[in-house]
Write a protein that binds this ligand. Structure first.
Ligand code: LLP
Length: 425
């Protein structure tokens, strides 16, 4: 599939619709999502992993239309709250193809998952085992997996590394808590343990950490068979597949990942005398991010010392990623041809703090001026889903483009929305 990472400057279209027209019609800031690009990415995954379950991580971006596309393309869905779960079910997603995650599942999360019939619940702590079992009831049986921390350091930023001890997710392979939890789950007849899960981190561009994960998970499966006589039919390796946010950046090679995972799994299982489990992968970012573009209008341009600041009408409330992870983007001037030579600029938001920077040290045409539209490519994941109500500017709308037409998926958050929630006057 293509990626908006390569979006040119000037008069450009996505999904057959001019981005400048979208900015005019839906106002800015606005998020644009290319339906065909999402679907193409789903198909690429299914073609690369014909024997595995591909489970889309809803935290990257979720809406009812997205849920339908994911369903129609035959993927599963990873949710991590009753909210995500209910929205997906409301949109018609089959609950048995869903996986519920969470290091701190609320009673409502668990009850909703059981009531709606979620396919798998991923156990993340010893204390939730008995809680889930009690809610299943004496007659029922719920499929669960155990989330293991395999002791692998990988991922684009310290805050999104989840493969080692010392962070909040999962049960440690090295200190024995994973084995202890597995034994406890096996002792609960209301729970059916279908396999192990791990998610080592996010924005990983190298295949090797995944191969190490397979080896360690198969090692644990072999020890479980020795002590309990049980073999698991499933192994979920989580997501974290890295993508290019700017032209020239590396991305995880999916075909290589699929091929080498298969080879590693066969070899490790053969060596341990285990039947190879069915694999699952849980990509979020790699499906949604490249299909999205954020549109902003320039409000102010000024020099402060040596730096040219270009201030736009959005910022950290719709994209907290630069502030949280030092994420880098390559904004483009769109809707008119650039006249002047490029200059180095820093694109900042409208929020009341100095850390509200969207992109520092980027090249923009020297004639950039108020009223111009900037497009930030690769904006489809972890931006709308992580947007906040900071400064009550209102979360932006999401517009889907497809075959030359644009339609609103999520409307802009308004003053009326804020006023309605604020009931204490
Ligand atoms: N599965 C599990 C259990 C996860 O926790 C995650 C992401 C995924 C799958 C999907 O990972 P992906 O393929 O999207 O990398 N807000 C951060 C990313 C946090 C990811 C959290 N878990 C960001 O904007 O970079």
């Amino acid at each position: 599939p293509a990626s908006t990472a390569r979006l040119p400057q000037g008069h450009v279209s996505v999904g057959g619709v001019s981005l400048a027209d979208i900015a005019d019609r839906f106002d800015t800031p606005a998020y644009v999502l290319d339906e065909e690009e999402i679907r193409a990415r789903c198909r690429t995954y299914r073609a690369a992993f014909p024997q595995a379950d591909v489970v889309y991580a809803a935290k990257a971006f979720l809406s009812r239309a997205m849920v339908r596309w994911i369903d129609e393309e035959g993927l599963g869905l990873d949710v991590c709250s009753a909210g995500e779960l209910e929205l997906a079910v409301t949109a018609g997603f089959p609950p048995e193809r869903m996986v519920l995650h969470g290091n701190a599942k609320t009673p409502r999360d668990i009850e909703t998952a059981l009531r709606l019939g979620v396919g798998r619940i991923v156990v993340d702590s010893p204390s939730e085992i008995a809680r889930i079992a009690a809610l299943v009831g004496p007659a029922g049986r719920q499929k669960v997996m155990v989330r293991v921390v395999p002791g692998i350091s990988a991922g684009g930023h310290e805050k999104i590394r989840t493969g080692t001890d010392g962070q909040k997710f999962g049960l440690s392979l090295t200190d024995g808590s994973a084995r202890h939890a597995i034994a406890r789950v096996l002792g609960q007849h209301q729970l059916e343990l279908t396999g192990l899960h791990c998610h080592i981190g996010s924005q990983i561009t190298d295949v090797k950490p995944y191969l190490v994960a397979v080896r360690r998970m198969v090692g644990l499966m072999a020890r479980v068979r020795e002590s309990h006589g049980v073999t698991f039919p499933e192994l979920d390796l989580g997501g974290g597949h890295g993508i290019a946010y700017r032209p020239g950046e590396p991305a995880l090679d999916l075909t290589a990942l699929a091929r080498r995972l298969d080879a590693e799994l066969s070899a490790s299982c053969a060596a341990a005398g285990l039947p190879a489990p069915r694999l699952a992968v849980e990509p979020g970012r790699a499906i949604a991010a490249p299909a999205g573009v954020a549109l902003y209008r320039v409000l102010a341009v000024k020099h402060t010392g040596p730096t040219l600041f270009v201030a736009v009408d959005g910022g950290m409330s719709d994209n907290p990623r630069p502030a949280l992870y030092g994420a880098r983007y390559a904004p483009r001037l769109i809707g008119r041809p650039a006249v002047a030579e490029p200059v180095t600029a820093t694109v900042v938001g409208r929020h009341c703090e100095a850390g509200d920077v969207l992109a520092s040290d980027v090249l923009l045409p020297g004639d950039v001026r108020p009223g111009d539209v900037l497009a930030v490519p690769v904006a489809g994941a972890y931006q709308v889903s992580m947007a906040s109500a900071y400064n009550l500017v209102g979360r932006p709308p999401v517009v889907a483009v497809h075959d030359g037409t644009a339609r609103l998926l999520i409307r802009r958050e308004t003053q009326e929305d804020f006023r309605r929630r604020d009931i204490g006057a």
